[in-house]
Design a protein around this ligand. Structure first.
Ligand code: PAF
Length: 285
């Protein structure tokens, strides 16, 4: 596996890989876990070569968020990727990504509004901007993202469609199903912040979500199911629920019971100072 931190060598390396067939990109912020490795394996099934980017993007963290404490473990991540047979690790420095004088931002309205966009102003501008740059840097034939960050995936697809991106085309931006621990907790780099007691309580999140989904399927109104979900989380040790909403899976417009669309449950809740997010379909997958 080649590890590169500067743009010129990256372009040469990508050109060499492309001569062997389609290239897939898996963008990450590092602190890799089984969820990321699932993306890598999925990429491998579709492409001749797999490139992974690791870049902790300062532009997607708010002033009071956890940029400084976000786990950075390039050596361990690199060993994991090597074991997966990844061809290229793109790990740009902050200066290579945002050189002096950098002044451009991409803002995707609509799908960025509400949910995580409400609690984290500017977050999705930071994500759209860095992902557009990563796409332009690597020019992959396809890219893979986790469905755990469903809204992020919707923002990236909207951006790719609206800007007529060619590498990758919007149809080659793949979402991969969330990987969960045995107790249902979605894998996330942020789970590392949980102490053992919080980690045990965190399983309340997927459990409460399944209860709410079952209630809606049995005829409960969305409002009543979401209220019960919030109470269950607060009783289960969560300090706050940022949002618990049912929205259309594609447009992310809020949905009431019986309204046309593909309803999906979205939750963000805090345990101690750690914010966990999850989403699940209301219909059986
Ligand atoms: O999901 C992530 O890890 C990040 O938001 C991404 C897509 C790599 C952009 O920094």
């Amino acid at each position: 596996m080649q590890t590169l931190t500067q743009l010129d060598p990256l372009r040469n390396a990508i050109a060499a890989l492309r001569s062997r067939g389609p290239v897939a990109l898996v963008p990450t912020m590092g602190a890799l876990h089984e969820g990321h490795l699932t993306l890598v394996r999925e990429a491998r099934r579709h492409a001749a070569s797999v490139a992974v980017s690791i870049f902790v993007n300062p532009r997607q963290f708010g002033p009071n968020e956890d940029l400084a404490r976000y786990p950075r473990q390039l050596a361990a991540d690199s060993a994991l990727l090597e074991r997966e047979g990844v061809e290229l690790l793109w790990a740009p420095t902050v200066e290579a990504m945002y050189p002096d004088g950098y002044a451009t931002s991409i803002s995707v309205s609509g799908v960025s509004d509400g949910l995580c966009g409400a609690a984290r102003p500017g977050h999705f501008d930071g994500v759209a901007t860095v992902v557009c740059k990563l796409f332009n840097q690597v020019a992959p034939d396809m890219a893979f993202f986790g469905e755990k960050d469903w809204q992020q995936l919707a923002v990236i697809r909207r951006m790719a469609r609206d800007l007529d991106l060619q590498a990758p085309r919007v149809s080659a931006i793949h979402g991969v199903a969330t990987v969960r621990e045995a107790d249902g907790l979605a894998l996330s780099s942020r789970n590392a912040f949980l102490d053992p007691a919080q980690r045990a309580q965190a399983a309340c999140l997927p459990r409460a979500m399944r209860v709410a989904i079952a209630a809606v399927r049995q005829g409960s109104s969305h409002q009543a199911a979401l209220r019960a979900l919030t109470e269950q989380l607060l009783h289960g040790g969560f300090a706050a629920v940022d949002y618990a909403e049912i929205r259309d899976a594609d447009s992310l417009v809020p949905l009431e019971a019986g309204e046309a669309g593909t309803p999906r449950l979205f939750v963000a809740a805090r345990i101690g100072t750690t914010r966990l997010i999850d989403n699940m379909p209301l219909a059986e997958d």
